[in-house]
Design a protein around this ligand. Structure first.
Ligand code: SF4
Ligand code: SF4
Length: 590
């Protein structure tokens, strides 16, 4: 049976065909859809974990207990999961286990560009790197077999184009993989000093064996064409290379990229005059190949930053790009990214941006856009959970320096569950005095509406217990807590004034559903009338002052053709924020 699959759909299919029975992930572009697709297979227990560390730990547990298991995350997620991953490498597996990292060259929706092939080397784990959907599916099946054969969890690196582009995949039935019996084995599963040396020795020995695999597996192969130019390429860079050079070059395709197939690389180097290394991001293969004394050209010629697209390869290799139809740039207007019409963060940022003498530490989510116009609110942002711990550091520094500035940390509900709780615990434990605002929009917004421990549903759509953010804050000794509707500007303003003047750590929870959310029964009960009535501008009243534009809502439209009056487009969802700003009450319901 053939199917047209994205790489992410193919990864899910591969895991299913490999007989996986347990999978966990935290959503993150470009990996999110893998678990969403795997959840459609009834044979697999799929779970959103609160963070990537938890995902890998539960997957390691499932492997030890004897079932095949998969953890998925975006590239920065592997930093969070690195702690258990490094030790899981020492323990090895019982049933096969794969850790998938979806790297994002070009960082279209990430805070950094990170090449997770480094993790394979650092943790001594074998790594696969597919270049299209068919390979993704087939390699995934093989990764589980390899994991069991060499008693090690396996890393699986995808990148954005492989995750999101579609190609034909030949599907196979699900393998009938027998569960492994669980047997207590303290020297294997308890990394105490008495055992870790042996574990390390076993890991290194097994890695040596995978070198043999790398030189002879079907994923690493030579394609002989022209002898003047040879290209060594991994992942999607191989597809790009073929597109640019076609039959005018010979290729060494690397699909199993750690350990590198050095014997094969040596053999290839004897066959061609010049070698180009094409790899997205860091010069990892290039460094190893040069260290082996093989002359090659890599990042001196080809870009290191961003996606290594065919056009960029073409320009680097031939100094010119392909003829294409040029767009008419006169008709294209640049638009900065913006919070959606009716986004519940809008009222909050509108009021927040008016505060003076305040340092605002943001987290990772849609609300990171609070750094942009018209709010220009955010001062700093690092990674998931860092807004609260960063804010703590800032508050402590201001105290030491005797600087009278307020500190506000901003974090979303899913991010709070991910790694904000421990940060807030730190602030509470160390008697910090600053405000944390938890933007609870009842879903994980930025990655496309995944459920989380506070939303009341699990990945498969079943009801789940709700973890109450206010109760969690109380349990970690936060005494100053207010929950507000961020669309009510007076209430929001008052809460902010209160929060920044509290003694000790304070928390404001803004609670209103994401404007794009498919409302649950519980949402409809809690927020009666939500998103049911739009607003419009009464033209005779509007004085064209444009003050409503300061709310930043993209549903507001100002046109000089309408005698300088404001209008509201159909994308309005009726949050009412703009109507509270208008000085002449020109914006009304209906
Ligand atoms: S009520 Fe105003 S701020 Fe809210 S979505 Fe409509 S136009 Fe935007
Ligand atoms: S704030 Fe009111 S009066 Fe001013 S432009 Fe907007 S709708 Fe018109």
């Amino acid at each position: 049976m053939k199917k047209l699959f994205t790489g992410n759909e193919a990864a899910a299919r591969g895991a299913w065909e490999a007989g996986v029975k347990f999978a966990a992930a935290y959503p993150g572009t470009p990996s999110t859809e893998i678990l969403e697709n795997l959840a459609l297979y009834k044979e697999v227990q799929t779970e959103w974990a609160p963070n990537e560390k938890v995902a890998v730990e539960s997957v390691a547990g499932a492997s030890i207990a004897g079932i095949r298991s998969l953890a998925c995350m975006k590239h920065v997620g592997l930093n969070v999961a690195a702690d258990p991953m490094f030790t899981f490498a020492y323990l090895g597996v019982n049933a096969g286990s794969v850790i998938l990292t979806a790297d994002e060259p070009g960082m279209f929706s990430s805070q950094n560009e990170q090449d997770n092939r480094h993790y394979a080397r650092a943790a001594n784990l074998p790594m696969f790197e597919p270049s299209d959907s068919q390979e993704t599916k087939d390699m995934m099946v093989e990764a589980f077999d390899l994991s069991e054969k060499y008693d090690v969890p396996v890393l699986f690196r995808m990148t954005t184009r492989v995750d999101h582009s579609k190609s034909i995949v030949t599907c196979k039935p699900r393998k009938d993989v027998q569960d492994k019996p669980y047997e207590k084995n303290i020297p294997k599963y308890c990394p105490m000093p008495a055992f870790t040396g042996k574990m390390q020795e076993k890991l290194y020995k097994n890695l040596e064996k995978t070198k043999e695999f790398s030189n002879h597996c079907k994923w690493n192969y030579i394609e002989d064409n022209h002898k003047s130019l040879g290209i060594i390429a991994s992942g999607v860079a191989f597809r790009y290379a073929k597109e640019v050079f076609g039959d005018n070059a010979s290729y060494l395709k690397v699909g199993f990229s750690y350990p590198l197939p050095m014997d094969l690389i040596r053999e290839f180097s004897q066959k061609v005059d010049t070698i180009y290394i094409l790899e997205e991001n860091d010069p990892i293969m290039e460094t190893e190949i040069k260290a082996a004394g093989i002359s090659c050209i890599g990042k001196d010629k080809f870009p290191r930053r961003g996606e290594l697209l065919p056009e960029r390869i073409r320009i680097a290799a031939f100094g010119k790009s392909k003829e294409t139809i040029k767009p008419n740039t006169e008709t294209i207007v640049g638009r900065p990214p913006a919070l959606c019409a009716g986004c519940p963060h809008r009222g909050f940022f509108y009021e927040l941006s008016k505060l003076k003498d305040t340092m605002i530490f943001s987290d990772i989510g849609c609300y990171t856009l609070g750094a942009l116009a018209p709010y220009n609110a955010t001062d700093a942002c690092i990674c998931m959970g860092a807004s609260i711990s960063g804010g703590h550091g800032v508050a402590q520094a201001f105290k030491i320096k005797n600087e009278k500035k307020h500190v506000i940390s901003v974090i979303g509900d899913s991010t709070f569950f991910h790694s904000g709780i421990t940060s807030l615990l730190d602030a509470s434990y160390n008697k910090s005095s600053y405000l944390t605002v938890i933007l609870d929009n009842r879903i994980t917004g930025m990655t496309g509406h995944q459920q989380n421990p506070g939303s009341g549903y699990d990945l498969k759509g079943n009801k789940a217990p709700i973890s109450d953010i206010e109760q969690i804050c109380r349990a970690i000794n936060i005494k100053n807590i207010r929950t507000v509707n961020p669309n009510h500007l007076d209430e929001m303003k008052d809460a902010l004034e209160w929060g920044i003047h509290c003694e000790g750590p304070s928390v404001i929870i803004t609670r209103w559903p994401c404007a794009l959310k498919r409302l649950s029964t519980e949402d409809k009960e809690e927020f009666p009338g939500v998103f049911t009535q739009k607003y419009h501008v009464e033209m005779d009243k509007c004085i064209g002052c444009k003050r409503c534009i300061d709310t930043g809502c993209p549903a507001l439209e100002f046109s000089r053709n309408q005698d300088g009056k404001m209008s509201i487009t159909d994308s309005c969802v009726g949050c009412g924020v703009c109507s509270q700003v208008c000085p002449v009450n020109a914006i009304v319901k209906g």
